[in-house]
Design a protein around this ligand. Structure first.
Ligand code: NAP
Length: 277
């Protein structure tokens, strides 16, 4: 079994854009609403990555009780700000905010999280049109490519069908000619699907959902989940101990998909800046 080491690949990718960033002088802005502890940790990592890549960074901190139209007004300001070449609205947002409406207000050319319908829609055409793909799925593809893991013709099973991870990674796998099955909470007999997987991508948010008896020998496992176990330690959706004994490759949590998401965001930030020159 080999680990899919997202941490070291992420560092390499971030370092690789430094020279380009020094020429382009992009700025990434992050809108952070409230003080959600996990969001604050993710934002800190994004800031650190910008510093490492020589990308300008700006944070817009807003109160939890902000009204939806006020939040959209902040998005509009960044849409108009020529210094900001890309920005994201850190999710989750408070329950009082309707997320799709906020995402819809982001200028697609600055949408470096790739959540805007225009960018998601382009992705459906083919891999050539994945200009600003959502960061987590994009990071997963880069991780698989780095380890020369073939995708074409493989059985790829995705567990989770969220708009930001499960659905777009399913499309990106289909774009690369995999046979894709997307499972979710209503899937009957999950194990009958996971057992067929050559590549199993799990993005649910439930520690220990996938156990060794649910996978076949040699499977490649990408664990997207971020959870805390009973001891308060970070863990994924996959029971690492039982699954790693059967897997040919497995991404650890932490150190797998998380850092790759940050690297993909940095690459999207460079790409968006290039298109605004
Ligand atoms: P989400 O929006 O909550 O989606 C979870 C998905 O899992 C939904 O499609 C849900 O189906 C499905 N699901 C729930 N219980 C299930 C079950 N027992 N069996 C099969 N499917 C089930 O979450 P997300 O944003 O995709 O994130 C998923 C996990 O990945 C979370 O732990 C999150 O923290 C993590 N994450 C990590 C990164 C990273 O960079 N590493 C990035 C993004 C997310 P229904 O919608 O039908 O309930």
């Amino acid at each position: 079994m080999e680990l899919l080491d997202g941490k070291s690949l992420s560092g390499e990718l971030i370092d690789s854009v430094k020279l380009e960033a020094e020429k382009l002088k992009p700025t990434l802005a992050v809108i952070l609403v409230g003080e959600h502890p996990a969001s604050m940790a993710y934002v800190k990592n994004k800031k650190k990555a910008c510093e490492r890549a020589s990308i300008g960074y700006r944070e817009v901190n807003l109160p939890t009780d902000i009204a939806q139209d006020e939040l959209i007004a902040e998005v509009e300001k960044l849409n108009q700000d020529d210094e900001v070449t890309g920005f994201i609205v850190q999710l989750p947002l408070p329950d009082s905010i309707y997320v799709p409406e906020v995402i819809r207000s982001i200028d697609p050319k600055k949408d470096v999280d790739g959540f805007q319908a225009y960018n998601l829609g382009k992705m459906f055409l083919s891999s050539e049109f994945e200009d600003l793909p959502p960061a987590t799925p994009s990071g997963i593809v880069k991780l698989l490519d780095h380890y020369d893991i073939p995708i074409q013709g493989k059985e790829v099973v995705v567990v989770g069908h969220s708009n930001h991870v499960g659905k777009p990674i399913s499309v990106m796998m289909l774009n690369r000619n995999a046979t894709v099955t997307t499972c979710h909470i209503h899937t009957q007999d999950l194990v009958s699907h996971t057992k067929r997987a050559d590549i199993l991508i799990v993005a649910v948010g439930k520690a220990g959902l996938i156990t060794g008896d649910m996978v076949k020998e040699g499977v490649v496992v990408v664990d997207v989940g971020i959870n805390r176990n009973d001891d308060g330690k970070l863990c994924g959706d996959v029971d690492f101990d039982s699954v790693s004994g059967k897997a040919s490759y497995i991404s650890p949590v932490p150190g797998g998909v998380g850092p790759m998401t940050v690297a993909a965001l940095i690459l999207n930030t460079i790409h968006a800046a290039k298109r605004q020159v």
